[in-house]
Write a new protein. Structure first.
Length: 230
């Protein structure tokens, strides 16, 4: 079920169940106060001049975004995604320079270094959303299912194994069955979200107080659709 989405309307627009909303929404004033408190322009205003339109499609002016963001960064979200070359989070979400923090690791798992980076992004830099994004046909998931052994990769895949074991699936439980692979990838996102809450007291407290939201998503590499999860 598609729960919510990223979008871009004359600049950066996030919509996560009302936490961060576009300029026409009731929550815009509250969000603008957050940016004003940080002494920076709203992302809608900050990047509206950095985007042109050709034949109905938005085009990024990366040079101008680079110049604007050099004065300071105020990303609205931190994204944990996979290193798969087919799933670049900023491109999928149509985000530009300075729009988000992005941590990438095979299988989008959260280790201590990534948790620390997320804590910096949210507690110190003001990001309001932590997004864990998995994807279909994930090679790391396949490797975890097959118990692949290869140098340091072995230890990484071991961190994904709990998702394999926790996935309820009535069909063939093998890496050759893409239905099972995608089911495990989804479960892995859910477990990573839970892991973030459990292992980071900083982020858990911020979520409880309503300062941030921790959400998950699955990107379909065949269709380009991003499905958001609870």
């Amino acid at each position: 079920m598609e729960r919510t989405r990223f979008d871009r309307v004359a600049g950066l627009v996030f919509d996560f169940d009302g936490l961060i909303l576009d300029s026409e929404s009731p929550g815009y004033v509250a969000w603008s106060e957050v940016f004003t408190a940080h002494g920076c322009a709203l992302p809608f205003e900050k990047y509206s001049a950095c985007i042109g339109t050709v034949n109905g499609f938005d085009l990024h002016n990366y040079l101008e975004q680079q110049e604007v963001s050099a004065k300071g960064q105020y990303p609205a979200a931190v994204i944990l995604s996979c290193i798969d070359s087919r799933a670049p989070a900023e491109t999928i979400m149509d985000l530009g320079i300075g729009d988000c923090f992005n941590a990438r690791v095979a299988g989008n798992i959260a280790n201590a270094d990534i948790l620390g980076s997320m804590e910096f992004a949210c507690k110190l830099a003001g990001a309001k959303v932590v997004l864990v994004m998995g994807h279909t046909s994930c090679g790391a998931i396949k490797g975890a299912i097959d118990n692949a052994q290869l140098g340091n990769l072995t230890g990484l895949l071991a961190k994904i194994r709990p998702a394999v074991d926790a996935t309820e699936y009535s069909g063939e439980r093998s890496a050759k069955n893409y239905g099972f692979v995608d089911a495990v990838a989804r479960k892995n996102v859910e477990l990573t979200m839970a892991d973030i809450r459990q292992r980071s007291a900083v982020l858990a407290e911020m979520q409880t107080s309503g300062a941030i939201k921790i959400v998950g998503a699955m990107y379909n590499i065949q269709t380009g659709v991003v499905e958001f999860l609870r």
